[in-house]
Ligand binder design. Structure first.
Ligand code: ZN
Length: 159
């Protein structure tokens, strides 16, 4: 790391929940702390990235609130864990569907067999009866397809 660079030059790029990716525990590249559930990728404008823990992210990035980012990920993880046990219903066509209200809009998630390979599953999401959109690809089980729909919604709706 260049010596004359100020701390404030670092910018947070993203925070990751290693419990979700199955890579827990993580290690901070700056201080070597090893028991981390969350990692923060921070970038220097002169190039170079570091993957660091909460304390180092806070020290490096002026104005960044890594605890807030971690709380958001913690909530998202809990929400994702409950997703499969929500009130999924069966449509007339025999597909599993979940309907819920999101900020005044009705969101429908539907899981259905892949037309080309009925052993695989796809998902579609539609909002207020609009054109459905599909997270790309097909999935080995209905549950995996449901979680793909969740991840797509989390990204689209900024959960
Ligand atoms: Zn550290």
């Amino acid at each position: 790391m260049p010596k004359l660079v100020t701390k404030t030059a670092w910018q947070p790029i993203r925070a990751t929940d290693l419990r979700l990716t199955g890579a827990e525990p993580g290690t901070c590249e700056r201080c070597g702390r090893r028991d981390l559930r969350f990692l923060h990728v921070v970038k220097h404008p002169n190039g170079g990235q570091l993957t660091v823990g909460c304390e180092c992210a806070k020290r490096l990035c002026y104005g960044y609130d890594p605890e807030r980012a971690e709380n958001r990920l913690r909530n998202l993880y809990a929400r994702r864990s409950r997703w499969l046990t929500r009130n999924w219903a069966t449509s007339r066509k025999g597909n599993e569907t979940l309907k819920f209200n999101h900020e005044g809009e009705t969101v429908w998630v539907t899981i259905f067999a892949d037309k080309r390979d009925p052993k695989l599953f796809c998902c579609s999401i539609s909002v207020d009866g609009g054109k459905p959109f599909f997270p790309s690809g097909n999935f080995v089980s209905a549950d995996v397809a449901k979680l793909a729909a969740f991840d797509q919604l989390a990204e689209t709706c900024e959960w």
